[in-house]
Design a protein around this ligand. Structure first.
Ligand SMILES: [Zn+2]
Length: 265
């Protein structure tokens, strides 16, 4: 992220309005860039100064009365009509009914739109997978077991997970294995395998799938990253990278063809 982007997004960051990936990008830039972190500190100082010292005026005592009497006079100036006098005794009840109806409509609208807009389980997982990917690259915590040897990486997960993830080095196919990592996605510990394609890192997340019909390959793009997921032989797979979709698809085909067959133990 550039200095210009960072400083443009700084207000949103201070107000907590950015998504997690953007927020982390900004945090990481601020750690590295003294100029931007100075701007950030100035913003913060200004905000707390405003909060602490900006004058707060109490409305003068007579204002309330003056507004009320102006409103009263204005309504007196309106020609009194028979309809108003006739309806007067009912008015409070009608107002309450109107208010209740408006409330019911507001609640209904809110719950319907909340249902329409609530992200699906897939959508939430995609966001988690993407956050894990970005975090692994930012925090310099790409691997717990840095090794291109599948016979080192696979046994490393023993005792750390309640399943054994399939691990295959794909160096000969152009996607060398970089290592493995324990991660936490979808409320459970998962295996993260890290592969590389030139300068692009690929995180492959694996965990046991729920019983039920398998998921065919699905592709999504979020914030410039490509994500693919599917289930196969009782495992859920999520792949995420900034690699282009074509090459990532190629990687997925390699993983799919090297994954164990359903009949194997
Ligand atoms: Zn900067």
């Amino acid at each position: 992220m550039s200095c210009k982007d960072t400083q443009e997004l700084l207000d949103g960051y201070l107000d907590g309005e950015l998504d997690i990936v953007r927020g982390m990008e900004i945090e990481s830039h601020l750690r590295r860039c003294p100029a931007c972190s100075q701007v950030y500190e100035n913003h913060q100082a200004l905000r707390s100064a405003i909060r602490a010292r900006a004058p707060y005026f109490k409305a003068p005592a007579g204002l309330h009365q003056r507004v009320r009497s102006t409103v009263r006079q204005a309504s007196k100036a309106e020609p009194a009509s028979r309809v108003v006098t006739w309806r007067a005794p009912w008015r409070p009840a009608w107002n309450l009914l109107g208010l209740a109806a408006a409330l019911v409509i507001a609640v209904l609208t809110w719950s319907i739109s909340a249902r329409l807009w609530s992200p699906s389980a897939d959508e939430l997982l995609a966001q988690e997978v993407l956050s894990s990917h970005v975090r692994s690259l930012m925090a310099n915590h790409l691997t717990d077991v840095p090794s291109s040897d599948q016979h080192t990486v696979k046994p490393w997960f023993n005792g750390k997970l309640d399943f054994s993830p399939p691990v295959k080095d794909l160096t000969n196919e152009g996607f060398p294995l970089v290592g493995g990592r324990l991660d936490y996605v979808g409320n459970r510990a998962v295996a993260a395998l890290v592969y590389q394609r030139q300068k692009h890192f690929i995180n492959l997340f694996i965990w046991p799938a729920f019983e039920g019909p398998g998921i065919a390959e699905k592709t999504v793009t979020r914030q410039g990253y490509n994500l693919l997921h599917w289930t196969q032989s009782g495992m859920t797979y999520w792949v995420v990278s900034d690699l282009n979709r074509g090459e990532l698809q190629q990687f997925v085909q390699l993983v799919r063809s090297s994954a164990p067959l359903p009949t194997s133990p």
